[in-house]
Design a protein around this ligand. Structure first.
Ligand SMILES: C[S@@+](CC[C@H](N)C(=O)[O-])C[C@H]1O[C@@H](n2cnc3c(N)ncnc32)[C@H](O)[C@@H]1O
Length: 215
């Protein structure tokens, strides 16, 4: 099957966008808030850091990261979904360190060695490979030397050996691009663009991974 970007569900809209956070909590049987807090702890953020959040969604992750970077830090969130942007503004407007930009992450971005961390959470799997490559290049260019690219997404695994619930989620709930993503070697993908010194953290029985590569 020829994969096309039109098959993707990554541009979340309508009902799913309006209730995105609540749906995530329901799908994970209430575990999502604990899971995402653990992920943010595993990022080992520091005061004063500048973060770029690719496909930031409702701002839930951005707002949870803000206390760690403190008042001297900054989080620049890129998000194109109108419903997602609305929720982001509502949630993050009290914090001047959180900035929302209506910019696509799969086209060339203007940032140059400005950020300590680029974070991308449940977004990369939803692109065809040439667009994933553009996103990784954008992250590399935006990072300072020694800066880190943190991908929170499905791990790479053999779908045939996965549990029935995971098989169902990937083949029936997700788009075909997710099934393509899990078959690939994300670490090798990053290595090809110059990232190294990898760290990994696993969640949900290893089906979800936080992969961090350094520039
Ligand atoms: C599955 S949601 C994940 C949201 C958030 N990162 C999270 O973990 O809660 C994917 C998000 O990526 C955004 N998105 C999709 N394509 C995008 C693009 N080309 N540029 C910027 N944002 C994009 C969607 O609008 C949506 O909010």
């Amino acid at each position: 099957m020829q994969l096309t970007q039109e098959m993707s569900k990554v541009e979340v809209k309508g009902f799913e966008a309006k209730f995105y956070d609540r749906l995530m909590d329901i799908i994970t049987l209430g575990y999502y808030p604990f899971f995402i807090r653990k992920v943010i702890k595993d990022l080992h953020l520091q005061r004063g850091q500048r973060i770029l959040d690719f496909g930031a969604g409702t701002g839930r992750n951005t707002c949870l990261m803000l206390p760690d970077v403190g008042k001297s830090g900054e989080i620049v969130a890129l998000e194109i979904g109108k419903e997602m942007q609305e929720q982001f503004r509502r949630r993050c407007s009290p914090y001047p360190q959180a900035k929302l930009l209506d910019k696509r992450i799969d086209e060339n971005l203007p940032f140059n060695e400005e950020f300590d961390l680029v974070f991308i959470s449940f977004v990369l799997h939803g692109f065809i490979q040439p667009k994933r490559d553009v996103i990784i290049q954008n992250a590399y260019k935006a990072l300072k030397s020694g800066g880190r690219f943190a991908i929170l997404d499905y791990n790479n695994f053999d779908l045939a050996k996965a549990s029935p619930i995971v098989k169902f989620a990937i083949t029936k709930v997700e788009c075909p691009l997710a099934a393509d993503f899990i078959k690939r070697d994300t670490k090798e993908m990053l290595r090809g663009f110059g990232f190294g010194n990898f760290e990994e953290y696993h969640y949900f029985n290893g089906y979800v991974r936080l992969l961090i590569g350094s520039k």
